[in-house]
Design a protein. Structure first.
Lengths: 109, 117
């Protein structure tokens, strides 16, 4: 079976740092992706990990541990516009993407 | 970067009618497109994989006669919701695999919100 878990909701303060965790159990693994989705809009690509370690892209970083089936997305210097849902997705060997339930992040002033 | 255009963004229809949603890849060819459905505050559920020139591959539990998919060209895939009912009301999103950050990533269309009265 395939299962991806993320916290349902998180709240953080503007300017702070927040870490969104994702654990997965999938039939195959060919990369882990993070997407951002604002309400009523389509998801947009944030980051991608296929090897263990940390990938940094500006205020956003993503970490992967394949042996633990674990990833996190780190958002620094939070801004109000970062309030959105963050989707963790695993691409399996069939090139299909399996999406997690998403984490709704609320950034407060 | 690669752009996927989806139309219409919003549609309201009466129960029993059919609705067609178009998904176009702009400036690139997409031999494969994916159709997702999303319920409020829920994640994306893959409905089917659309293959150019051949039949779509539907996920388990998705009625292929209800959700007709046509991928007649390398830049256009359509999803037709036939004999729509209120329970078909949802957010439908198409996507295509594109190159980004050195990997094949999914690029999404803007989505189509369907409301069936």
């Amino acid at each position: 079976g395939q299962n991806i878990d993320q916290p349902t909701e998180m709240t953080a303060t503007e300017g702070a740092i927040v870490q969104i965790n994702c654990t997965y159990q999938t039939s195959g693994f060919n990369g882990l992706f993070w997407y951002q989705q604002h309400a009523g809009e389509a998801p947009t690509f944030l980051s991608y990990n296929v090897l263990d370690g940390l990938e940094e892209k500006g205020r956003f970083s993503s970490f992967l541990s394949r042996s633990k089936g674990y990833s996190y997305l780190l958002l620094k210097e939070l801004q109000m516009k970062d309030s959105a849902s963050y989707l963790c997705a695993v691409r399996n060997y069939g090139q299909n993407f399996v999406f997690g339930p998403g984490t709704r992040l609320s950034v407060l002033p | 970067g690669a752009v996927v255009s989806q139309h219409p963004s919003r549609v309201i229809c009466k129960s029993g009618t059919s609705v067609k949603i178009e998904c176009r890849s702009l400036d690139f060819q997409a031999t494969t497109m994916f159709w997702y459905r999303q319920f409020p505050k829920k994640s994306l559920m893959l409905m089917a994989t659309s293959n150019e020139g051949s039949k779509a591959t539907y996920e388990q539990g998705v009625e292929k006669d209800k959700f007709l998919i046509n991928h007649a060209s390398l830049t256009l895939s359509t999803l037709t919701v036939t004999s729509a009912h209120p329970e078909d009301s949802s957010f439908y999103i198409c996507s295509a695999s594109t190159q980004g950050s050195g990997a094949n990533v999914l690029t999404f269309g803007a989505g189509s919100r369907l409301t069936v009265l």
